[in-house]
Design a protein around this ligand. Structure first.
Ligand code: SF4
Length: 255
């Protein structure tokens, strides 16, 4: 049952987001993440549980959105993180409320790593997905061992989440961070293409070059920077690697 009083643990809000979904977006960053990606530039979102983040109700967030509604005419709301699916009730109530706004339905976008999806209990996230118009799904590495090395986690749940999105036909944009020495080979990118080829709901592919803008946050938190010495990705190589993903996808679909 939808409730405007459901509370979420929120890291921060960006009122003029332009990179997380179409148009200008109200972006809510939730607190807490079960992954530990070596390239993460938001380690301050990792912590979960009591005292982490700021508690905000669905109503508070809707009110903030409504106070600037005109800006989001061609955009909508995005929930990112951290990992939003750690808080499925809050997310479902928020997206449900945005879809039911008397002033007009608001486009909802979920930016997720998918790891909080439990394939044995899909009902936990069903209500969220019922209210989600677009998913930005991060696939960190095409190879299971590479995935574990890069994120500290097995990719099984993430791929099961991708399957669930495809089964439901929810529009999905695949995001892939290109990290020198980890995910910047043609072979890995072609393998990524083969991996996502069965998902006919994929409507876009974003290749995100690794950058070092998160270093200062690690220093503030007193955490050793895991990719010390790795240079930012050369953006000139991104088109070639993007083409490798698309080639892998095309070839898998021809078989
Ligand atoms: S999933 Fe996102 S927030 Fe979590 S560790 Fe990875 S990059 Fe950071």
């Amino acid at each position: 049952m939808e409730s405007s009083y459901t509370l979420g643990r929120i890291h921060s809000i960006e009122t003029m987001g332009t990179v997380d979904g179409p148009g200008i977006r109200f972006v809510v960053f939730t607190q807490g993440c079960p992954m530990r990606c070596l390239f993460c530039h938001n380690p301050d979102t990792w912590k979960t549980g009591a005292g982490a983040g700021t508690l905000m109700s669905v109503e508070q967030i809707v009110d903030e959105f409504e106070s600037n509604r005109a800006f989001y005419r061609n955009g909508g709301i995005t929930v990112s993180g951290g990992e939003p699916l750690l808080q499925p009730e809050f997310l479902a109530d928020l997206f449900g409320a945005m879809h039911a706004r008397p002033a007009g339905r608001v486009h909802t976008c979920l930016d997720t790593c998918g790891y909080a999806f439990d394939p044995d209990r899909p009902e936990l996230t069903a209500r969220v997905l019922d209210e989600t118009d677009l998913v930005l799904l991060d696939i960190k590495h095409a190879d299971p061992a590479g995935h574990r090395a890069l994120t500290g986690r097995d990719p099984g749940r993430i791929l099961a989440f991708g399957d669930e999105l495809a089964r439901r036909g929810i529009k999905t944009v695949i995001r892939h961070v290109v990290v020198p020495g980890y995910t910047d080979t043609v072979e890995e990118c072609e393998a990524l293409g083969r991996l996502i080829a069965p998902w006919r709901n994929v409507v876009g592919l974003e290749m995100l070059p690794y950058h070092t803008m998160g270093v200062a946050k690690y220093e503030q938190l007193g955490i050793a920077y895991p990719l010390a010495g790795v240079e930012p990705m050369d953006k000139a190589r991104v088109p070639e690697l993007r083409e490798a993903v698309l080639r892998g996808m095309r070839e898998a679909r021809r078989r």
